[in-house]
Design a protein around this ligand. Structure first.
Ligand SMILES: [Zn+2]
Length: 263
């Protein structure tokens, strides 16, 4: 099968501190060839870039998650600009809006989301975007600051939101949310409406362990080796062969992030 690309895994998370080598080994064994490590703060983004220097199968993003927008200051954008020049940093983000948890105020979130969008546009870098309960504001901001290439990662929204994103030219990232027989039911229907050339898959590890994994991992921790579970759920929902969805999503990830052709 085509080597898969996990476009979003939080491998700098403390839960991977003890056994990252094994986690990467299991990912390779499961057919996951490339993993893009998500940067969520300046420190985590630096750590993600360092991981990507050390492991051939890893790339990184550099950005500040909306949860942490309140900690941004005048040094944030210059620091991200520097990180963006790192050869293993393939996108800016994750950045966006999260009106679900509201760990940062809306004005702070919007200000730093916009600043990161502007930096991405200026540098011609793709954007890795997060939006939770923030439609239509999120789409409105993107409308005024439209990056050439971006992904709405971990899409869990409604139909109007999906079509607003598609109209903005975004790729759409699907996580193990689709494997949840209760809250993922809507996503099973909506995933059919995503054009094949915009579809991406991701684990968002260590979060969102696919609920239909048997057996469930003892630690409950999600990891990139579980990406095929998401792939199969997406293929089933779209009524397409698994291999076709594997090849298409890997091709899309390479196009979005400018990754080299898989060996
Ligand atoms: Zn996110």
């Amino acid at each position: 099968m085509t080597p898969l690309v996990d476009i979003g895994a939080n491998l700098t998370h403390a839960s991977f501190g003890g056994d990252l080598a094994e986690v990467l080994e299991r990912a390779r064994g499961a057919g996951v060839g490339t993993i893009v490590v998500t940067g969520t703060t300046l420190e985590e983004s630096r750590a993600a870039a360092r991981l990507a220097e050390r492991h051939e199968q890893l790339y990184a993003t550099a950005g500040v998650h909306p949860h942490h927008a309140r900690k941004c200051d005048a040094r944030t954008i210059p620091a991200l600009r520097e990180l963006a020049a790192h050869p293993r940093v393939v996108a800016l983000g994750e950045c966006g809006l999260d009106y679900n948890r509201n760990y940062s105020t809306h004005p702070d979130q919007e200000r730093w989301f916009t600043a990161q969008l502007e930096l991405g546009i200026e540098l011609g870098k793709p954007l890795f975007l997060h939006s939770r309960d923030a439609h239509p504001r999120f789409a409105e901001i993107l409308h005024h600051h439209k990056p050439a290439k971006a992904v709405a990662h971990c899409f869990t929204g409604e139909q109007a939101e999906l079509h607003a994103y598609l109209k903005l030219g975004l790729y759409v990232g699907i996580t193990g949310w689709i494997c949840d027989e209760r809250r993922g039911r809507r996503l099973v229907e909506l995933v059919r409406e995503i054009p094949a050339d915009r579809l991406l898959i991701e684990t968002d590890a260590p979060y969102l362990t696919p609920r239909d994994m048997r057996p469930q991992p003892k630690s409950r921790r999600n990891e990139p080796a579980f990406l095929p579970q998401v792939l199969r759920a997406v293929a089933r929902a779209r009524e397409r062969p698994v291999e076709e969805v594997a090849a298409q999503t890997a091709r899309n990830a390479r196009a979005l992030f400018g990754l080299p052709q898989a060996a």
